[in-house]
Design a binder for this molecule. Structure first.
Ligand SMILES: [Zn+2]
Length: 228
């Protein structure tokens, strides 16, 4: 049996759930988790139907992309995932989706301001848009590695999709759903052509300080819960 069986099973369970919930479809997007205690990640294979995926199909790569287990070609965004884990010691799961509402806001270049306190608490002060670069290129990887240093956990990728980070896989999955809600609400407010109100600045700062505190705890290795 693979020494990575547990993390690979987690990846498969997550992609099934996200496919069931409509956030992933067929082969679009990709998902990874950090292998505990190693400079390595378990990631979905490239161009492989999520509903047919089993733990034996999941790739395990070191952060320099050297394969530890490579039953298939790994996701073309593997370098992007590895760069995020290297830039952010608090991140243990990364989900890239092509979910519709954040993708729409990214097309019209509309970053999401602080609309809800739970948004700031888990996603960050705002949801920024990462400039376009073609999939799987060093340019995209470098754009993303630069942006994630702002400690936010949600991003929209211009003309592409969304990117969600979490201190564990459950939180990253919750962040997928939270971003979808925020993106839909903001898109509807833009369609209504009314000014969208934001949470007060002090609420934004208090909520973001809580997220930063969690991240610092994860980096110190003493935080395992799924948050509030
Ligand atoms: Zn993609």
């Amino acid at each position: 049996m693979s020494p990575f069986e547990e993390v690979k099973s987690k990846v498969v369970a997550a992609v099934r759930q996200l496919t069931h919930d409509g956030y992933l479809s067929t082969t679009g997007g990709n998902l990874s988790v950090r292998v505990p205690g190693q400079n390595a990640l378990a990631i979905t294979p490239s161009n492989f139907d999520y509903l047919k995926m089993t733990p034996a199909d999941i790739c395990v790569l070191q952060f320099d992309l050297n394969p530890l287990e490579e039953p298939h070609k790994p996701s073309v965004e593997s370098a992007m995932h590895a760069a995020i884990y290297q830039a952010r010691g608090d991140v243990n799961a990364v989900i890239h989706t092509h979910q519709v509402y954040p993708s729409t806001l990214a097309i019209i270049n509309a970053p999401i301001p602080a609309l809800f306190d739970e948004q700031v608490r888990f996603l960050g002060r705002s949801v920024e848009i990462i400039p376009y670069a073609p999939s799987g290129t060093p340019m995209l990887k470098n754009n993303i590695a630069r942006h994630v240093k702002n400690h936010h956990n949600a991003f929209m990728m211009a003309n592409h999709g969304a990117l969600l980070l979490g201190h564990n896989l459950e939180r990253a999955m919750h962040n997928v759903a939270l971003l979808e809600k925020c993106a839909l609400a903001y898109l509807l407010s833009l369609c209504a052509e009314k000014k969208a109100s934001k949470v007060p600045l002090w609420v934004r700062e208090v909520a973001f300080a809580k997220l930063r505190k969690d991240q610092q705890k994860v980096e110190r290795g003493d935080f395992e819960t799924g948050g509030e």
